[in-house]
Design a protein around this ligand. Sequence first.
Ligand code: NAD
Ligand code: TYD
Length: 336
Amino acid sequence: MKKVMITGGAGFIGVNLIRYILAEKPDWHIINFDMLTYAGNLASLASVEKNPNYTFVRGDVTDTDAVNRAMKDCWGVMHLAAESHVDRSIDDPGPFLNTNVIGTQKLLDAARGHKIEKFLQVSTDEVYGSLSKDDPPFTEDNHLDPNSPYSASKTSGDLLAKAYHATYGLPVVISRCSNNYGPYQFPEKLIPLLINNAKQDKPIPVYGDGMQVRDWIYVTDHCRGLVDIFEKGRTGEVYNLGGNSEMYNLDLIKLVLKEMKKSESLITFVKDRLGHDRRYAMDNSKITSELGWEPQFKFEDAIKMTVNWYLNNLDWVNQVISGDYLEYYKRQYVER
Ligand code: NAD
Ligand code: TYD
């Protein structure tokens, strides 16, 4: 058995990643290490909680003792735990520095002590900053130029990971991915928020002029890429992953409203986000040529699947928003 620690496994991407690994990698044992912040939701993993290849540990990545206990005998670490919502980082940057910087450093230190054979730092296109309309997509060689407290904290985590590789020879690899969408995303992010509000005929808040561009990737494509990078990526390297689906926010919103047969009159322009990045786009050449990965889901199909998933799982959405699941699982799993 290959024992792998996944931090942040109760979050949106973590949940999808754990489901993917349990289905695809029968010889892996997953330790899901997650603090269960507002964004962590074990109800999304209820169907796998009795799987013998899966163990949940409630803990904080900034807690050295808890991290060391959970990492014992692990072959590798996939580090996803983070504060991840840009708007929250603008309201209060402190928790972002604590989890995304200090937490990453604590994990890197523990990984050295446990002689971890692969440490995957899961990062984001946002570390590269913002592109203009005609710029080519980001490659791994773009300089790092983050604009929000969230992306600055992720950049710091990436730089620490890189430094631990250069200084201590820790076998680190870094992935940077564009905006994900799919099942189990917390409904404060654009796509689930949009579906949920549209379903209830509530206004859809569009920041600024809505002409910001994001490169959308279906979460399963990202998860497959993370496993590829974890298994086959060269240590010390960075790999970009994007969905080859650049779109203006406004076009995306109109497309989803059309899919849901809702009126565009729900679109409500609101004050722009501070420091709002105009455009992200990813160049996948490196990961495609080295690891053979490319996105498989077409946006037109996967967005329909995503809309249907949220409409069929309104109980999940409502309970996540109300926090009921969280309180239930927090009582079950006291931090260790
Ligand atoms: P998320 O906010 O949905 O989940 C984060 C998880 O981390 C939650 O389960 C939360 O409980 C846990 N967590 C937070 N602080 C913790 C702490 N101190 N100790 C232990 N656990 C803690 O985030 P996500 O969207 O699933 O993103 C996962 C990772 O992928 C993040 O590192 C993020 O930067 C990166 N990423 C996300 C996207 C995206 O579009 N969502 C794109 C590229 C990269
Ligand atoms: P978001 O899902 O928060 O992801 P990120 O900020 O990491 O890209 O937002 C995606 C885009 O949608 C971003 O340009 C901000 C915009 N947005 C809105 O216009 N309205 C909203 O209510 C939200 C949450 C986001």
